[in-house]
Design a binder for this molecule. Structure first.
Ligand SMILES: CC(C)(COP(=O)(O)OP(=O)(O)OC[C@H]1O[C@@H](n2cnc3c(N)ncnc32)[C@H](O)[C@@H]1OP(=O)(O)O)[C@@H](O)C(=O)NCCC(=O)NCCS
Length: 157
């Protein structure tokens, strides 16, 4: 799918939350959560992927990502694709945009946490260069579950 990546705007938030709601096991940030991170732009970069193929007006938001700048690392806090748009490269394009954010910030490492049962996401991250470096016991609630911590180097050129 041809997608264009742009910054998340406040008017995107209801659609972003609707995508989040489609995945039962995801931690729900809700509208207040996304508005809060968007308001803290020194730390967070929030991106959406628009479907550029189907020319719907307004364009369909096919997925979104949130990256945080920690002290020496970037953390991929959220990466979610609309179920109808899976396996079409939307996740890949969003991930590349997140790496570009890290490159712009001159941060050489991307970290993330993922539910240990989320094999689709673990495989996706592994194919895209991440490796498991640690475990956080009982990191998630509803349902309670441990997380893998994964990392990937970011080329700074
Ligand atoms: C993990 C996730 C973000 C991956 O997103 P995605 O858009 O499906 O990822 P991609 O399309 O880039 O890659 C997935 C597959 O599509 C394939 N693909 C990529 N581009 C493609 C294209 N243009 N045409 C067809 N297939 C393509 C990839 O090769 C890969 O194939 P494989 O799974 O058979 O190996 C998505 O599954 C998701 O949103 N999951 C729910 C939320 C979640 O759990 N997020 C992670 C929280 S830590």
């Amino acid at each position: 799918m041809k997608v264009s990546i742009r910054r998340m705007e406040f008017e995107d938030v209801p659609k972003v939350v609707a995508i989040e709601e489609r995945w039962s096991y995801l931690s729900k940030w809700g509208e207040p959560g996304y508005r809060a991170v968007m308001s803290d732009s020194r730390v967070y970069t929030c991106l959406v992927a628009e479907d550029g193929e189907h020319r719907a007006q307004p364009p369909v938001i096919a997925g979104f990502a949130v990256v945080a700048k920690l002290i020496d690392d970037c953390e991929l806090c959220n990466l979610v694709v609309l179920p109808e748009c899976l396996s079409k490269g939307v996740g890949y394009e969003l991930l590349q945009a997140c790496f570009e954010v890290a490159q712009y910030l001159k941060i050489a490492r991307m970290l993330l946490e993922v539910r240990q049962s989320n094999q689709r996401a673990i495989d996706f991250y592994a194919r895209n260069g991440f490796r498991i470096i640690n475990e956080r016991r009982n990191y998630y609630l509803s349902p309670r579950e441990s997380a893998w911590v994964m990392e990937r180097a970011v080329e700074l050129g």
